[in-house]
Design a protein around this ligand. Structure first.
Ligand code: AMP
Ligand code: ZN
Length: 350
């Protein structure tokens, strides 16, 4: 089965063609970062308008890159939620309409399920069951995954998502949006011993997260060290970025180990934009090796939003016979544990 995947839930327009036999045939991504740069965050109306401008040309280009025509597509998968409603409507309207025109099934995919399954696109994919740490700009969740659609939320953030915390801390340090990669880059030059930031909610049991206190701590540290200037000196900014990253990474590592202990599982999957963070990957790899467990993640370009993960997730559901009716689906808030399960999780992957 050959599936066209469309992602438009936030500020990236992503398109891909995934073939259940041949694998990923092509994928393209257009980032709106420059559109939103002056505003320090995503402006929903601008996001929708830019998806309208970019989506059809990207679909044409991706089909050409995959060396196939519309007639060779067997199904369409588009992100139906969660996300910005206007942005979702663009991908949903285009995806559903193309499916109608080509007389093929369409399915609305859960964006976080897409992230969660993105490591399946790699040459050495993880086997079920596993614990997934979903860390993106909008979500921070620990999920026990028994198979596709068989999700139990073990813990989640009570306030800011991990990626959001990176973005807000970056703003305090006058770094560009998105802030995660900027903090990671600066942290390499920082002194890890100069500041010690709190590891929130790690001293009590449970698998929930909270990053808002860390944000306040960062703000106070910046204020204490800037004197009469707008910002502290360059080295102090790097030291703060380093301390902040260490605190987030340690907090995530502690909770991941706890989730593996609690479930008795030996496989951890990390997904979402923050899973591109090298320090997080390295610390998890070291910590998990000590308990005989292993961590899996997607290549960097499939950690952040992309069409390939949507094409893959949609293909698995379409192969199992699931598809939507003619309605265009846009579900801004959509709990992942309400998704329907997918047959036998032990069946061989296609
Ligand atoms: P997503 O919502 O999955 O598209 O991921 C975007 C989020 O991931 C943003 O909040 C980014 O700041 C964050 N992010 C991307 N790369 C990194 C990185 N290397 N380290 C930390 N956060 C990152
Ligand atoms: Zn995302």
């Amino acid at each position: 089965m050959r599936v066209l995947g469309i992602e438009t839930s936030c500020d990236e327009t992503g398109v891909a063609v995934y073939d259940s036999q041949a694998g990923l045939l092509a994928h393209t991504l257009y980032s709106q970062v420059a559109v939103h740069a002056d505003y320090g965050g995503v402006v929903p109306e601008l996001a929708s308008r830019d998806h309208v401008r970019k989506l059809l040309p990207l679909i044409r280009q991706t089909l050409a890159d995959a060396n196939c025509t519309g007639e060779q597509i067997d199904g369409i998968a588009y992100t139906a939620g969660p996300g910005l409603v206007g942005a979702l409507m663009v991908g949903g309207a285009v995806g559903r309409s193309l499916a109608y025109a080509w007389n093929i099934p369409a399915i609305g995919v859960h964006h976080m399920e897409g992230h969660l399954l993105a490591p399946m696109l790699e040459t050495e994919p993880p086997d079920f069951p596993f614990v997934a740490l979903l860390v993106s700009g909008g979500h921070t969740q620990l999920v026990a995954v028994a198979g596709i659609g068989r999700y139990e939320i073990l813990g989640e953030s009570l306030d800011d998502a991990a990626g959001e915390a990176f973005d807000k801390a970056a703003k305090m340090l006058d770094l560009d949006y998105p802030g995660g990669p900027e903090i990671a880059r600066l942290a390499e030059r920082g002194d890890p011993d100069r500041f010690r930031f709190p590891r929130p909610m790690t001293d009590r049991p449970g698998l929930d997260f909270s990053f808002s206190g860390l944000k306040t701590f960062t703000l106070n540290t910046v204020a204490e060290h800037r004197g009469d200037a707008v910002l502290p000196d360059e080295q102090t900014v790097a030291d703060i970025a380093c301390a902040f990253q260490e605190a987030v990474v340690d907090t995530l590592v502690i909770k991941c180990r706890r989730a593996l202990d609690q479930t008795g599982m030996k496989t951890l999957v990390i997904a979402g934009g923050v899973s591109a963070n090298r320090r997080l990957r390295n610390k998890l790899e070291a910590a998990l090796a000590r308990q005989g467990a292993r961590v899996y993640y997607a290549r960097n370009e499939f950690c952040t939003d992309n069409g390939a993960m949507i094409a893959y997730a949609g293909c698995q559901r379409l192969l199992a016979g699931q598809h939507d009716d003619l309605a265009i689906r846009a579900i801004p808030r959509w709990p992942m544990d309400t998704l329907p399960p997918l047959g036998n999780p032990d069946a061989p992957k296609q």
